[in-house]
Design a protein around this ligand. Structure first.
Ligand code: ATP
Length: 293
């Protein structure tokens, strides 16, 4: 029987959220003893738990069908293999956000990355850094390090670094400042490029629809409120991301109605205050657990 194989990071920044997304999509796994291969119980999708940069390589080699990995790593491996067209990004997943930035010591008197021309740059992402610098017309000597890139300038092995930044704490702790953002990244779902059997393609489409439903549900809210019948249009316009609200009569009154709607964008206190000012009352905002378009 056809089964899909999906690879996620074994342990690291993306592991927990990747697994949570698959579980929310209705996948359950029985864990094998070596913990690297988990068998899918009710849905024919098995899980491979591997190192982050092995995921795009396994997709390119056809070892797995789907993978969740940072866009930066997928791009890096595609450049490394000179095969930019081979991995297809199916969906950005909204977690693992970070950016690849050029950073230099605070003490360096520099305002433009072009001034780094010909100098040394330390990075764990050599192919991506070279490619992105090249697009800006900058050539630098790349010093590849597998970790602790941020200490290279103080060790005197490079003038600048190109590293992933999310909060900037590591840079500040090492007296470095961001000079320029080269690339914005987040976790994404990729598929291998080979054509799949009809059965596997059907499974992939089904899983993708579930994942899209989970992502949509996570950012959606179900809003219920009472409103003056005369202000229905005004109130519907104040509900963020709502196209077709349901309007229902309220027992015992002609003047007020109930409005129920799924808001596809964040619902903040400011929205509730504006609704109340327009005459709404009994406003309830509820999380949405599942959604299928
Ligand atoms: P592994 O240990 O699996 O070989 P790794 O050491 O590259 O891989 P992590 O440090 O867990 O793994 O990073 C995984 C991914 O998380 C990165 O490739 C990137 O897409 C994303 N990420 C988000 N924020 C950051 C950050 N501040 N630093 C590094 N990676 C980040």
């Amino acid at each position: 029987m056809s089964r899909l194989r999906i690879a996620i990071q074994k342990s690291g920044r993306l592991s927990e959220k990747s697994l949570e997304l698959l579980k929310r999509s209705g996948l359950e796994f029985s864990r094998s003893k070596d913990k690297l291969f988990w068998y899918g119980k009710d849905f024919p999708v098995d899980l491979l738990l591997v190192r982050n940069d092995d995921i795009p390589r396994m997709l390119l080699d056809g070892v797995c069908d789907l993978g969740i990995v940072g866009e930066n790593i997928a791009f890096e491996v595609m450049l490394e293999r000179e095969s930019t067209d081979k991995l297809q990004c199916l969906k950005q997943l909204g977690f693992g956000q970070c950016h690849l930035s050029i950073a230099v010591p605070e003490s360096m008197d520099i305002s433009d990355s072009k001034e780094l021309q010909g100098k040394r740059i330390a990075t764990s992402y050599p192919a991506l850094t070279k490619h992105l610098l090249g697009k800006k017309g900058i050539t630098m000597q790349i010093s590849e390090l597998s970790g602790s890139v941020e200490i290279a300038p103080s060790l005197g092995t490079a003038e600048a670094i190109s590293d992933l930044v999310s909060t900037g704490t590591t840079l500040r702790a090492n007296h470095l400042v961001e000079l320029e953002i080269l690339y914005q990244s987040q976790a994404a779902l990729y598929r291998q490029s080979k054509e799949l059997s009809a059965k596997k393609q059907q499974l992939m489409d089904q899983l993708l629809a579930r994942i899209e439903g989970v992502l949509q549900a996570l950012k959606s809210k179900y809003v219920m409120l009472h409103a003056p019948r005369s202000s229905v249009n005004e109130i519907a316009d104040l509900l963020p991301g709502v196209e077709h609200p349901s309007i229902m009569p309220l027992e015992g009154t002609q003047d007020r109605v109930a409005i129920h709607a799924v808001c596809s964008e964040g619902v903040f206190w400011e929205h509730l205050e504006a609704l109340k000012a327009a005459g709404a009352s009994a406003i309830l905002v509820l999380p949405v657990e599942k959604m299928l378009a």
